[in-house]
Design a binder for this molecule. Structure first.
Ligand SMILES: Nc1ncnc2c1ncn2[C@@H]1O[C@H](COP(=O)(O)OP(=O)(O)OP(=O)(O)O)[C@@H](O)[C@H]1O
Ligand SMILES: [Mg+2]
Length: 440
């Protein structure tokens, strides 16, 4: 490496270290929609030009904790280079006078976000390819449990960064905030759940018909315990909800047709039940596709676990299954705003998947993987314990006692914007303030 390249690499490392020490601002759906209704492009810029590089830096540090053999795979190197480039792109917007901006800067910023979004379009596939490259070159044993743990955190980080960028572009570039639209950026404050389910089920059926020349009917029922008889609405990102339902209905349809045969006269229906209570909005997708044995249930959420044949090349029809990404990614989308997916099965009969979402937007807060010394320790321990020590990082208790800092102007900015009102965020902010007070 030449001297200039070495200097650049050292500067980059210093910047990434610095940004990875800042706290990520966990937002609730309520905060996203309030901010989206009221914020100016300038305010959104001020928030994002700090927040996006912070989130990128957290995950860039974590990539370095991956087993070395995986880090060296060409596809992983490629993904890493995208993160470096995007991080550097955003550093261009950091001047000495931190929060200064004008229309030209705003315009450049929006262009840059779009560019970054496109650069990362194929991140999921490319990272998955990296894991396949490792398996092909070093065998199945090389797929260490820490890789599953990492992929969950890596893809969750990606969902969050993409949402921040897409929301800014939707609000200020595509003018989705116009009075005619019921959307606030990419959020629908009154998303009709059964409409999204119907849409996803129709499209899953089309795919199933193409593949098997048969598909089961889907019935949708709902029970609104809060407002009896009224349709069930929720503030959510409809594209996230669509993704989850589409994947689960595809799985249910495939199991049904495979179990009963595509020439069966009456395929048992896939049933979707939507229920809204005080805390949870639950969507249950049930099938009679023969179920899954108890000892396989744990494997379902592992990346690359599939019982479908490998999909054909890109010119074939879209596959119904075959990557082993449907369930783990859907669960991440559900977890992202504090929900979950749980699967129960009666082997020989059928499967039920429960999707849990928060019923109210103020309780639906982002769940973000944050980088700190505890995370590094978790990867270290995974090496010696074969993955048995890897704890659930998507709960608050995982991070307790871990300190990060906000930059002072940024902390003021967040306070002024009211971006600090949910419980988890306040707890983090208090921890951080104590930390800042004790260390300055
Ligand atoms: N409803 C179900 N009934 C029976 N088996 C299921 C069901 N849902 C999932 N599975 C099993 O879990 C495996 C993993 O599901 P997942 O959706 O993650 O991947 P996939 O469907 O194989 O591929 P894709 O990434 O294209 O969705 C499936 O291959 C299947 O064996
Ligand atoms: Mg699937």
């Amino acid at each position: 490496m030449g001297r200039v390249a070495r200097d650049v690499a050292r500067d980059l490392q210093t910047l990434v270290n610095k940004y990875s020490r800042f706290h990520q601002s966990t937002l609730s759906i309520e905060q996203f929609t309030n901010f989206g209704k009221n914020a100016t492009p300038k305010e959104s810029f001020k928030f994002l030009h700090h927040e996006v590089p912070v989130r990128l830096a957290h995950i860039m540090k974590e990539i370095n904790l991956l087993p070395r053999n995986l880090r060296r795979m060409p596809s992983v190197e490629l993904v890493k280079s995208w993160y470096v480039q995007s991080f550097l792109d955003l550093m261009e917007f950091h001047s000495e006078r931190e929060f200064e901006c004008n229309d030209i800067i705003l315009d450049n910023f929006a262009k840059k976000l779009l560019h970054i979004k496109r650069r990362h379009d194929n991140t999921v596939e490319t990272m998955a390819q990296g894991v396949i490259e490792l398996r092909d070159s070093e065998g199945e044993e090389s797929i260490h449990p820490s890789i599953q743990y990492f992929l969950d955190r890596f893809y969750m980080n990606r969902i969050s960064v993409r949402l921040l960028m897409t929301q800014h572009l939707a609000l200020f570039e595509e003018n989705i905030r116009s009075s005619k639209s019921k959307f606030i950026g990419v959020f629908d404050p009154n998303c009709n759940v059964s409409t999204v389910v119907q849409d996803a089920a129709d499209n899953a059926r089309l795919l199933c018909d193409q593949f098997y020349y048969a598909s089961p009917d889907v019935t949708i029922r709902q029970h609104n315990a809060l407002e009896n008889g009224k349709p069930i609405n929720v503030a959510y990102v409809p594209s996230h909800l669509y993704h989850i339902i589409f994947e689960l209905v595809k799985n249910a349809m495939r199991a049904t047709v495979e179990h009963h045969g595509s020439d069966a006269i009456d395929l048992p229906r896939v049933e979707v039940l939507i229920g809204k209570g005080q805390e949870d909005l639950t969507i249950q997708v049930s099938d009679r596709g023969g179920g899954i044995s108890r000892n396989r249930i744990e494997q379902l959420f592992m990346y690359h676990y599939t019982t479908a044949p490998q999909p054909l090349g890109s010119d074939a029809i879209a596959p119904l299954a075959g990557y082993g990404y449907g369930l783990p990614l859907s669960r991440l989308y559900a977890k992202y705003f504090g929900g979950d997916i749980q699967i129960s099965s009666i082997e020989g009969y059928g499967t039920s998947a429960n999707i849990y979402l928060k019923a109210f937007s103020k309780h639906a807060s982002e769940v973000l993987p944050l980088y700190n010394s505890l995370v590094a320790k978790t990867y270290d321990e995974a090496d010696s314990s074969g993955g048995n020590s890897m704890r659930d990082w998507s709960s608050d208790s995982f991070y307790q006692g871990q300190n990060h800092s906000y930059s002072k102007p940024y902390l003021n900015f967040l306070r002024n914007k009211g971006l600090g009102t949910d419980g988890c965020f306040i707890q983090n902010a208090i921890d951080d303030l104590v930390y800042i007070l004790c260390t300055t």
